[in-house]
Write a protein that binds this ligand. Structure first.
Ligand SMILES: [Zn+2]
Length: 304
């Protein structure tokens, strides 16, 4: 691995604004680089929440768990050329999301490594959830135990070095899993996260088709886990329109007194290994309640 952390320093959160600064000095390909993040205090940075991993040891998430909830997930980043645009759109529409990252992008050999690492810090600092998507995007189905271990552990270590905690959700590259990889994940306390709505943003096609296809499935299936890729220009360019369509649909539902399809954190899809429900953390529920409370006002603004 070409990235090595030399020093990490967190300034205490500002008492009035709650904002904080984390600075990281790292060696990338032998060169020292300084990275810094600042922003609103994120729960991710709360010491005891980092240790209390709410995503660990869960049943496989397949996106079919609760109706009328939608969780957005973005794979294969971080990529400095495209990911920030996705973050801006999510922020604008107040939509939570999980980013399943590949280690080589922010901790590998390459000239964009430090830029991608900075984007990953920003992603976590803005309160988005991070998950593991292997180090070099290798297929886990049929892989040798040594490869499985290396691909998962390298990314775990890189995330721990950069973010200060270990994310425990795993998205298999190509959705391909095998018995050995599942056993390894279980032993390490990971939760496998699959999807129920494939945006197919990897296939060549027009932006309007991607938009219609993705929103259409969300409405038709009354929510689910959406698979997208923040490394694709078409996704970065289209995600705001998709989120706008979802908001418009929810305003329509509000008018008719129908249940909205609430954009939520992946927490809402978590189950324990024995299939029992897992409580949604209080701060995560509070965010969803705030979204619902503010929706009428957002809908009013759309009309003006
Ligand atoms: Zn992938």
């Amino acid at each position: 691995m070409a990235l090595a952390m030399a020093a990490t320093h967190d300034s205490p959160a500002d008492e009035d604004t709650g904002s904080f600064v984390r600075s990281v000095v790292c060696q990338i390909d032998g060169k020292e680089r300084g990275l810094a993040m600042s922003g609103p205090r994120s729960p991710l940075w709360d010491e005891d929440l980092r240790e209390l991993d709410e995503f660990g040891d869960g049943a496989i998430v397949n996106g079919r768990e609760p109706d009328y909830h939608v969780a957005f997930t973005f794979d294969d980043g971080p990529r400095y050329a495209t990911t920030p645009k996705v973050l801006d759109a999510l922020d604008r529409y107040d939509v939570p999301a999980t980013f399943f990252v590949v280690g080589w992008r922010f901790a590998g050999v390459g000239r964009d490594t430090h830029k991608n690492a900075q984007v990953l810090l920003d992603t976590a600092g803005r309160g988005y959830t991070i998950g593991n998507h292997t180090f070099s995007h290798r297929k886990m189905a049929g892989a040798a135990p040594e490869l499985i271990r290396r691909e998962i552990d390298q990314t775990t270590r890189a995330l721990r070095d950069l973010l200060g905690y270990t994310p425990h959700t795993f998205r298999p590259p190509y959705g391909a899993m095998g018995k050995r990889a599942r056993a390894y994940l279980a032993g390490e306390g990971f939760t496998e996260v699959r999807w129920s709505i494939d945006s197919n943003d990897f296939r060549p096609g027009a932006a309007h088709a991607l938009r219609a296809r993705t929103v259409g499935q969300i409405i038709e299936q009354r929510g689910g886990v959406v698979l997208m890729h923040d490394t694709k220009h078409i996704t970065a360019d289209t995600i705001a329109a998709i989120l706008d369509d979802l908001e418009r649909e929810n305003c329509r539902r509000l008018d008719r007194g129908e249940p909205i399809i609430a954009p939520v954190s992946l927490h809402y899809f978590m189950r324990n290994r024995d299939g029992t429900a897992r409580a949604v953390p209080r701060r995560v529920r509070a965010r969803s309640q705030r979204y619902r409370a503010q929706l009428p006002e957002r809908c009013q603004k759309r009309r003006n």
